[in-house]
Ligand binder design. Structure first.
Ligand code: ZN
Length: 153
């Protein structure tokens, strides 16, 4: 069986940046499982896995356009410290979820000043070329319920 539309695919992965630093990995965890063709994973990786078999090893570099997009400087904003009510200490690198008209957005604290906090609404991996090393562990047909939901169970 090959990776194609409406298959549920499981794989182990290691994700590195241009410098070779590991950003994320499934090592020591269950493999990542997704419904192929449903946009559950970034487009560049989904394309690279198309047609592969269980047991295949795949190395792929994905440009930002096919991953988390390019950085948008307009998403770096100063917000009043009072917006973080109930948070005792705010430090650079901390991440918060914010409800926006476009859904939940992750904000990363860049800088803390007296009364303001500079936050970056870009996805932490925006603007990065992502280097994936993937081992496909399992491929199966999706169930009717999974197809209806648009994700793997
Ligand atoms: Zn579901």
């Amino acid at each position: 069986m090959q990776v194609s539309e409406n298959k549920v695919v499981s794989f182990h992965y290691t994700l590195k940046d241009d410098a070779g630093e590991v950003l994320d990995s499934s090592e020591g965890r269950d493999p990542l499982t997704y419904l192929h063709g449903a946009g559950n994973i970034i487009p560049g990786l989904e394309k690279a896995l198309e047609g592969k078999d269980a047991g295949d090893h795949v190395e792929v570099s994905v440009a930002p356009e096919e991953a988390y997009g390019n950085r948008n400087d307009a998403l770096v904003q100063s917000v009043p410290r009072s917006a973080f009510e109930g948070v005792d200490e705010i430090l650079p690198g901390m991440q918060f979820q914010a409800q926006t008209p476009n859904g939940v957005q992750i904000l990363t604290v860049v800088k803390v000043e007296d009364d303001t906090v500079v936050v970056d609404g870009n996805h932490p991996l925006a603007g990065k070329t992502l280097h994936f090393s993937v081992d496909i562990t399992d491929i199966r047909d999706a169930t009717a319920e999974e197809l209806a939901h648009g994700h793997a169970h």
